[in-house]
Design a protein around this ligand. Sequence first.
Ligand code: GLY
Ligand code: MN
Ligand code: MN
Length: 456
Amino acid sequence: MSRRLPAALGAAAALLALAAPARAQQGSPAGPVPVERLAARRAALAARMGTGVAILRSAEERSIERDYPQDSDYREKNDFFYLTGIEEPDAWLLLVADSGRVQRAALWLKPRVPAQERWTGVRLGPGPEAAALTGIDELHPADSAEAQLRAAVQRATFTLRGGALFTERTREAGDDAFVRRLGFGATRDEWLLPLRSLTYEVAQLRLVKDDDELRRERGAVTATTASITDALRALKPGMWEYEIEAMVEAGFRRRGAERVGYPSIIGSGPNSVTLHYDKNRRRTEAGDLVVMDVGAEYGYFSADVTRTVPVSGRFTPRQRAIYDLVLATQQAAIDSVRPGVTVGDLNRIARAYMKAHSDTLCGPQTCDAYFVHGLSHWLGMDVHDVGDYRTPLAPGMVITVEPGIYLPDENLGVRIEDDVLVTAGGHELLSAGAPRAAADIERTMAGKDQPAGRRK
Ligand code: GLY
Ligand code: MN
Ligand code: MN
C-alpha cells in the first residue's frame, strides 16, 4: 500500500507514533485504571485533606547488581498506583487541595533515554501519553522535581490558610526525609506547614473499593480459587510441598496474575500448625492434612484464601471433626458480616461460637485456646491491607474471615480462609469458587465435581 495517507489519517498516525511510549504501561492483563476513577480518587483525597499539599514519591527501581537478582521485578507503590495508575520509578506526584478541592495536580516523570530503553524497554516519560493515562496534564521532567516541589510548598504556605503538608509514612523508612524537610523554612526553625499523614488518609480511602478496584480484587480471588481447585484434583501423597506450590502458582500466572500477593504457604502434616510456614520443603505423606494458604496478585490486588485438605483425598474422622468445627465457626462469622459491624465484633462472635461448640474435641480446654491468631484483616492492594481497624464495615470493603485450630501434639492444623465483600444488604463470599465443605473437598479431589463429560 503505497498511497499517501489523507491528512486526517496522517494526523492519526502521528498521534499513534506519539502514543507508542504508552507501551511502557501496557501488558498487564488487568488493563489500565480508567482516568475518571483516578481523578475521583484524587478528588476524594482532596476532600479528606481539606487544605494542604500532598507529595508522594513512586517506588525506586531495584538493581540486579545491588539487590537480590530474583527480587528486581519493579512493583509500584500502592498509593502511587492508586492515585496515578502508572508504574514509573523515581517519579513524584503533587496534589494541592484548597477547601476540599483539587487546586493543582502535577507529576514529575523521568525523561525517556533511548540508549537506556535498549536495555530495559520503553518508558513513559513526561509527555501526552502520561497525561492521557493519568488524567494529569501538568507534567515535568523528574530532574526538576525537588526544586519545583520546594517552590510549590513555599507558595502554598502563603496562599493556603490553615493548610498542612501531607507526607507518606513508609514501613521501611518512616516519613520521607526530603518531603518532611519541605515542611520547614530555609533555616529549619521556621515552621512552614504542619505535617500530617498522607498514608493514613489514602488508607481510609482504600478501605472502600471502587468498581475498578473490585474488578481487580475479583480477578485475584477467582484466579486463586480456580488454581486451588485445579491443585486439589491433582494432589497425591508423596508430592513435595513445593510441587503443590508450583501447581497453584502456575494456575495464577495462567489466569493473568502477575505475581503472588504473599509467599505461598503449603504446610503438610507437622507444618500445618505453623501459621506462616512458607519454606514448602517437605514431602507429603498419606494421611497428612495440607494447609494451602495462597493468594494471586492481579492488577495490584491480592487474594488470600486457605483450604485445608487431606492429601489422600479423605479426611480421617478426627480431622473431619476439627475441620467441621472450624467451618461452622467461619460460617457464624461470615453470616454476621454486614455494614456497621467491626472486625473486632466478628472476632468475638467467632471465638464465642467455637468455645460454645467445642465439647471435649480439644481436650480439657475449649478449642478457641488453639485458635491462636486474629479472625480477619482488610484485603486489597496489600494482603494485610491498610486501614483503621476501628472503622465499622461499609459496602465496598473487603475482609478475610479465617478461623483455625492448631494442635501441635497431633500435627493437626486446620485453617479455612475466605474473602468477603461487604454489601449494602450484608456480604458476598468472593471466594466461593474453591470447595469449602469437607464433602465438597473430597468430591473435588476424587474428580467427581465436574459434569461427566468434562471429567478427565
Ligand atoms: N496469608 C496470610 C494471612 O492469612 O494472613
Ligand atoms: Mn489472611
Ligand atoms: Mn492467608
